[in-house]
Write a protein that binds this ligand. Structure first.
Ligand code: MRU
Length: 330
C-alpha cells in the first residue's frame, strides 16, 4: 500500500480509521472520539485484522483517558468488541501496565505498540521470504496487509518481501467470503504495490493446487494456542487440508502478540459467529430466500499438524509443538 495512505491515524485527541467496509472504491475516514466509538468500529469491521484492532483499542483507551472517562469501563467495552483475535486483549493488557497512568503515558505506549508492529512485520517479512525458493507460487487468504496491521503486513508482508527479492512466479489471493477481505482489500494492496496477482473464488483453491503447482499457502493468524493450533479467517482450515493433499507447504505469519500460551490448544480458542445476514444478503440486498437460517463462524482452527512453519518476529518455528513455542516465546 502506498505510504501516503495510513489506515490508523492518531489525530491530536481522536482516532481516524480508514473505513475498510467501503474500500476499495471509497476512501473515507471514520472519526472515533470515545473508546465506545472505537469498540463499535472494531465490531462493525471498519477496522479489522488482529494487529490493527489491538492498535486501535490501545488508542481507544487514550481517547477516554483524555476525556477523563473511567479506565475500566473503556477497557471492558474494547475487550468485548470482538472475541477471537488475542492481539486485542494483548494490547489492552500491555496498556494496563503503563505507570503512572496518564493520557500522555498511555498515548506514548499506544504509539509504541503501533510502531513496534510495523518493525515486527518487516522482520517477519524477511524471515518468511527466506523460506521461499526463487520461482515459487503462493496463495494467501483474507487480508493480512498494511490495512490489517501497523504496516507492511504479516502474511502479505512475507509476500511483499518475497516479491521485492524477485522470488515470486505467481501470487493468488482468495476472495474471502462473506466480507471479501481478499477481493476488496488484499487485491487493492497488491495492485497498489504493483505485485502481479490473480484473484480466485474461495472454492477454487483445491482445484488451483491440482492444476498449478502452488509452493506455499501463506496466512496470518488471530490466535495461536500453546501447541501451535492456529485460529484464522474461516476457510483457512480448508486451505490447509487442500495444501496437505497437494504437497503445498503451509506458513502462518504472526507477531508474538498473537500467541496465547494460556490457551492449551485450538479447542479452547473462542470462535466469533456473526449475523446470518452476512450470508443471506449482499450489500443489503437479499440473496437467500427470506427466513433462511445460516451458520456463520468467521474463524476456524487449523491443527498444528497441518502447519509447516510459523513465522514470528522472534524467529521461525518449523513443525510447531508446545516445546518449540515455549522456547521461542518464554
Ligand atoms: O475478520 P477479520 O477481517 O478481522 O479477520 C482477519 C484475519 O483473519 C487475518 O488473517 C488475521 O487477523 C491476521 S491479520 C494480520
Amino acid at each position: 500500500m502506498s505510504s501516503a495512505v495510513q489506515p490508523i491515524i492518531w489525530d491530536k485527541d481522536h482516532l481516524s480509521l480508514l473505513d475498510q467496509r467501503v474500500l476499495p472504491h471509497e476512501l473515507t475516514y471514520l472519526q472515533c472520539r470515545s473508546a465506545a466509538g472505537v469498540a463499535h468500529a472494531i465490531h462493525a469491521m471498519a477496522v479489522r485484522g488482529a494487529p490493527a484492532i489491538g492498535i486501535a483499542a490501545a488508542y481507544g483507551l487514550v481517547i477516554d483517558a483524555l476525556q477523563g472517562r473511567d479506565y475500566a469501563a473503556a477497557e471492558k467495552v474494547l475487550a468485548d468488541s470482538r472475541p477471537t483475535a488475542v492481539n486485542l486483549r494483548w494490547a489492552l493488557a500491555r496498556m494496563a501496565q503503563v505507570q503512572p497512568r496518564t493520557a500522555d503515558t498511555l498515548l506514548a505506549e499506544a504509539k509504541t505498540i503501533h510502531a513496534e508492529d510495523l518493525a515486527q512485520n518487516l522482520k517477519m517479512g524477511a524471515l518468511g521470504a527466506a523460506l521461499i525458493a526463487p520461482g515459487s507460487r503462493v496463495l494467501t487468504h483474507c487480508n493480512t496487509g498494511a490495512l490489517a496491521t501497523g504496516g507492511h503486513g504479516t502474511a502479505l508482508g512475507v509476500i511483499r518481501s518475497a516479491h521485492a527479492e524477485g522470488k515470486l512466479a505467481g501470487v493468488y489471493n482468495t476472495e474471502t467470503r462473506p466480507w471479501l477481505q481478499g477481493a476488496r482489500l488484499t487485491a487493492w494492496e497488491l495492485m497498489q504495490e504493483g505485485i502481479p496477482a490473480q484473484l480466485i473464488a474461495d472454492g477454487a483453491a483445491a482445484h488451483l493446487m491440482k492444476v498449478q503447482k502452488i509452493d506455499w499457502v501463506i496466512v496470518g493468524a488471530d490466535r495461536i494456542a500453546a501447541n501451535g493450533d492456529t485460529a484464522n479467517k474461516i476457510g483457512t482450515y480448508a486451505l490447509a487440508l487442500a495444501a496437505k493433499a497437494h504437497g503445498t507447504k503451509f506458513m502462518v505469519v504472526a507477531p508474538s502478540g498473537t500467541f496465547d500460551l494460556e490457551c492449551p490448544n485450538g479447542e479452547a480458542i473462542p470462535i466469533e459467529s456473526r449475523t446470518a445476514a452476512e450470508l443471506t444478503e449482499f450489500k443489503g440486498q437479499p440473496i437467500a430466500p427470506t427466513g433462511m437460517a445460516a451458520f456463520n463462524p468467521v474463524f476456524d482452527v487449523t491443527p498444528r499438524a497441518l502447519i509447516d512453519a510459523i513465522v514470528c518476529e522472534r524467529g521461525v518455528i518449523v513443525q510447531p509443538d508446545v516445546a518449540k513455542l515455549r522456547a521461542l516465546l518464554d
